[in-house]
Design a protein around this ligand. Structure first.
Ligand SMILES: [Fe+2]
Ligand SMILES: [Fe+2]
Length: 472
């Protein structure tokens, strides 16, 4: 691969051409990435021209350039947000020191683990979604999922850049391992639970973007506060792309809700399965599932790991620098939901070990804003139904509530009640079969599947019926 002009092949603002060692590491990794992309990326569309956004620089003009591209030829770039002059470590034991440009030796292992855990989610979601192209509800949606997929690929590049640039041989080994694990694989699964779940249909995909990818947003936002400056700058740029993934999820569900409401009014019935729609209770059950598995991603309510990451200055709180406290948190407390016998109570716990729960609170508040906007659509149709977030203790596999059965409204229930009711609360085999039956591809420009409304507008100012993917 010698002689490749990396500054054009891999758009970057990290002066790749000046760093021979790093360039060689990436030269070695790139063909393996492409092999992984071809094996595990979107199935059946690699040769099709797709209207995609590519970042070629971080400024307002360069980060969103649109054109047709075949996905394997996508220019996965490496971008860090512009440096902040004089930036410091803003929290923890090193607060007030200059931000680190190199990995602090004593935190090397911890930092590497944080980066690998984040990095692992990026290819995992591409793997989870690889079959969905074949059942797309429209060309517009097909283009959007591919945009999300190539950007998750770019996020993998972003993390591999950090590993290769700052962690020597260990970093290169981790970079390879990121291409070797597989979502859902029994022997070499992805690191986090939700990234080993299947994304078998588009309702699940939109829920995944809304709930699971939003966990990613909150993890990135706390890593963007890191005292390790290259990680901070990398994550800050990733967040600009993440906003699009949040949009795909929220708008996707909103359009499904809108279509449900239209069908309910048109046919004067709640029973939409005769009419090719997705009824609101089914949407609620999918919401309950995806919300609960995503809440698990934040980890245990009480966590010494989270405390250590903070004290070490590696991972901050959401919007750390906007907070006005001491940024040390040694004396502070934080209210945490806990189990007390048969009741769920809130207790003040030391703030440092409660950081996972605090981030989960920020996340839940953000999710709730989206749900409010969905309910607005239902209300405007004059329909008496409200989507709700399940209680944080519902259907949890990690943390204080993993041992108990809890209803979506937050009551601890017996196993007998759970057995009798969980079909009302989580997607049933029936639901999954029905949703699967709806997954018929719609690929004529401007046409949409029966279960989803068209978007209000197209991509980058183009018409909704633009040929976003050239299938011909
Ligand atoms: Fe990502
Ligand atoms: Fe994402």
């Amino acid at each position: 691969m010698a002689g490749i002009d990396y500054s054009s092949l891999i758009p970057n603002n990290v002066s790749l051409h000046e760093n021979r060692r790093l360039q060689r590491a990436l030269e070695d990794w790139q063909p393996k990435f492409l092999e992984w992309w071809n094996d595990m990326g979107p199935l059946g569309f690699q040769a099709k021209e797709t209207y995609l956004r590519t970042a070629v620089s971080v400024d307002a003009k360069g980060w969103a350039q649109f054109d047709y591209v075949r996905m394997p030829e996508y220019r996965w770039g490496i971008f860090l947000a512009e440096p902040e002059p004089g930036r410091q470590v803003n929290f923890g034991d090193h607060k007030g020191q200059p931000a680190w440009q190199e990995v602090p030796g004593e935190y090397r292992g911890t930092l590497r683990r944080l980066i690998v855990t984040q990095g692992d989610t990026e290819p995992a979601s591409v793997e989870q979604q690889r079959h969905l192209g074949r059942t797309c509800p429209s060309l517009y949606d097909l283009r959007n999922i591919f945009q999300v997929n190539v950007e998750e690929g770019r996020h993998l590049w972003a993390m591999v850049y950090l590993l290769d640039a700052h962690f020597g041989r260990d970093g290169r080994e981790e970079s390879e391992a990121l291409l070797q694990r597989r979502s859902g694989d029994a022997d070499k699964p992805r690191i986090l639970g939700a990234f080993n779940e299947k994304t078998p249909d588009w309702l699940s995909f939109f829920m995944f973007c809304f709930f699971t990818d939003r966990d990613g947003k909150y993890q990135l936002a706390s890593l963007a506060e890191s005292g390790f400056d290259p990680l901070s700058r990398t994550c800050r740029f990733m967040l600009t792309e993440e906003a699009h993934h949040m949009f795909v999820g929220e708008a996707g569900i909103m359009r499904i809700v809108q279509r449900a409401c239209e069908l309910m009014r048109e046919h004067k019935t709640d029973d939409l399965r005769k009419h090719g729609g997705i009824d609101l209770p089914t949407i609620q059950r999918y919401l309950n599932f995806h919300c609960s598995v995503s809440l698990d991603l934040f980890g245990s309510e009480i966590s010494t790991n989270a405390a250590n990451f903070y004290t070490m200055g590696l991972k901050g709180r959401f919007e750390e620098t906007k907070k006005t406290d001491d940024h040390l948190l040694k004396q502070a407390t934080y209210p945490v939901a806990e189990l007390d016998g048969e009741r769920i109570v809130t207790r003040d716990e030391p703030a440092l070990v409660s950081l996972n729960e605090r981030l989960r609170d920020d996340y839940v508040a953000d999710c709730a804003r989206g749900v409010t906007r969905w309910n607005e659509v239902i209300r405007k149709h004059g329909i008496d139904f409200e989507l709700t977030l399940p209680h944080r203790a519902f259907h949890r596999a990690i943390g204080s509530f993993a041992e108990v059965r809890v209803s979506p409204d937050g009551r601890i229930v017996s196993q007998a009640e759970w057995d009798a009711r969980h079909r009302d609360w989580l997607p049933t085999e029936d639901d999954k079969e029905y949703i699967q039956s709806l997954m018929q591809p719609v690929v004529e420009p401007g046409k949409f599947a029966s279960w989803i409304a068209p978007p209000a507008r197209g991509v980058n100012g183009l018409a909704v019926d633009f040929e976003y993917v050239r299938l011909g």
